[in-house]
Design a protein around this ligand. Structure first.
Ligand code: RIB
Length: 325
C-alpha cells in the first residue's frame, strides 16, 4: 500500500490581477492582466502534494464547494493532479469560495478571501468522514475553515493515528487546546509573531531559535518557521537547524507556503529524514515563486528532482519573496 496524506481545508477560485504596484486604501490602480486560477490553501496543498507525490503518495481532500461552475473547475484541477476529491461535497446554500488577488512586479500580493462554502464545513461533517483518515500517515490543516472544524479534525486525525501538520494561515491567535493537537506547526514570520502576541516584523535567522522555542512552549510537537528568502528553521525533539533558501527570480509568492507544506508532507510520508525533507520543501517553494498563480505554480516531482540535481533551470537573481502565504 502506498503512503497516504489527508488534507482538510479550503477551495477557492482565485481572481488574479497583475499590477505595477499594490493599491493603497482609497486608491484605484489599473491592472495589467486578469486570470482565474484554482486556489484555496487546502486545495493548493492537496494539488501540490498530488503533483509531488507523482502517484507514489495518495492524497485525499476534505472540503466544501458550492453548486456552481467554479466547483466543477476546482475539482477537475485537483483530480488532474491525482487528488481524491470524493470527500469534497457541495454545500446547499453557499457559493464556492473565491479569492481576489493583486500581484505586483516584485511578486508581492494582497489577498481577500470570500469564504462561501468553506465556512459550511462543520465539525460534524468531518466526523462523518472519519473513514477518509483511515490508513493515512499524515494530515494537513490550515485556517480557512471554521476553527472548531479544524480542532475537531485535528482530534480525529490524532485518534486515527495520523501525524498532524498545521499551517496557521491566515494569521490569528489560536487556543492552547488546538495547538496541543499539532505535531508540526509551520508558520511564516507574521503568523509566528501573531501566535505569540508580538507585533509583525521580519525575523532574522539569528532570531529564529528563540522564536521557535517560544512557539514550542505553546504545546506543539515541532516547529518549521518559514522565513521566505531566508529559508526555513526547524526545531523538534531531534534537534534544531536552519535550511537556506534557493535563490530564484520571484514572479509571484502566492501559495509558496502551501507548496512548501505539501512538499514537506510528501517527503515525510515517503519516510525521508527531516533535513532532506526540508531541502525538498525549500526547492519546491523556490520553483513555485517563479510562476504566477496558486495551483498553476506548484511544480511536479520531476521538476523538483531536476532542480535539486542541478539539471533544471535556476534563475540566478536574488530571491526576493515575501514570506510565503
Ligand atoms: O495561500 C494562497 C491562497 O490563499 C490562495 O490560493 C487564495 O485562494 C487564498 O486562500
Amino acid at each position: 500500500m502506498i503512503p497516504a496524506i489527508v488534507v482538510v481545508g479550503s477551495l477557492n477560485m482565485d481572481f488574479v490581477v497583475s499590477v505595477d504596484r499594490l493599491p493603497v486604501p482609497g486608491e484605484t490602480v489599473l491592472g495589467r492582466d486578469f486570470q482565474m486560477i484554482p486556489g484555496g490553501k487546502g486545495a493548493n496543498q492537496a494539488c501540490a502534494a498530488g503533483k509531488l507525490g507523482a502517484g507514489a503518495v495518495a492524497v485525499r481532500l476534505i472540503g466544501r464547494v458550492g453548486y456552481d461552475v467554479f466547483a466543477d473547475h476546482l475539482k477537475a484541477s485537483l483530480a488532474a493532479a491525482g487528488v481524491d476529491v470524493g470527500a469534497v461535497h457541495a454545500a446547499k446554500s453557499q457559493p464556492t469560495g473565491v479569492a481576489l488577488i493583486w500581484v505586483d512586479r516584485q511578486g508581492q500580493n494582497s489577498i481577500v478571501v470570500a469564504s462561501g462554502a468553506n465556512y459550511a464545513l462543520a465539525a460534524a461533517d468531518v466526523e462523518a468522514m472519519r473513514k477518509v483518515f483511515r490508513g493515512a500517515s499524515l494530515a494537513l490543516f490550515q485556517l480557512e475553515t471554521p476553527l472548531d472544524t479544524v480542532a475537531a479534525a485535528l482530534r480525529l486525525a490524532r485518534e486515527e493515528g495520523l501525524r498532524t501538520m498545521l499551517d496557521p494561515a491566515p494569521a490569528q491567535p489560536l487556543p492552547a487546546e488546538l495547538l496541543a493537537r499539532v505535531d508540526i506547526l509551520t508558520p511564516n514570520e507574521n503568523e509566528a509573531l501573531m501566535l505569540l502576541g508580538r507585533p509583525p516584523a521580519r525575523v532574522a535567522p539569528g532570531d529564529a531559535p528563540e522564536l521557535a522555542a517560544a512557539l514550542r512552549k505553546l504545546g506543539v510537537g515541532s516547529v518549521v518557521l518559514k522565513l521566505g528568502d531566508q529559508g526555513s528553521y526547524y526545531s523538534g525533539d531531534t534537534g534544531s537547524f536552519h535550511t537556506p533558501a534557493f535563490p530564484v527570480e520571484v514572479r509571484d509568492s502566492t501559495a509558496a507556503g502551501d507548496t512548501f507544506n505539501a512538499a514537506l508532507a510528501v517527503a515525510l510520508a515517503e519516510g525521508q529524514l527531516i533535513e532532506r525533507a526540508l531541502r525538498f520543501a525549500n526547492a519546491a517553494a523556490a520553483i513555485s515563486v517563479t510562476r504566477l498563480g496558486a495551483q498553476a505554480s506548484a511544480p511536479t516531482r520531476a521538476e523538483v528532482d531536476n532542480f535539486l540535481s542541478g539539471a533544471g533551470p535556476r534563475p540566478a537573481a536574488a530571491f526576493q519573496a515575501a514570506p510565503p502565504r
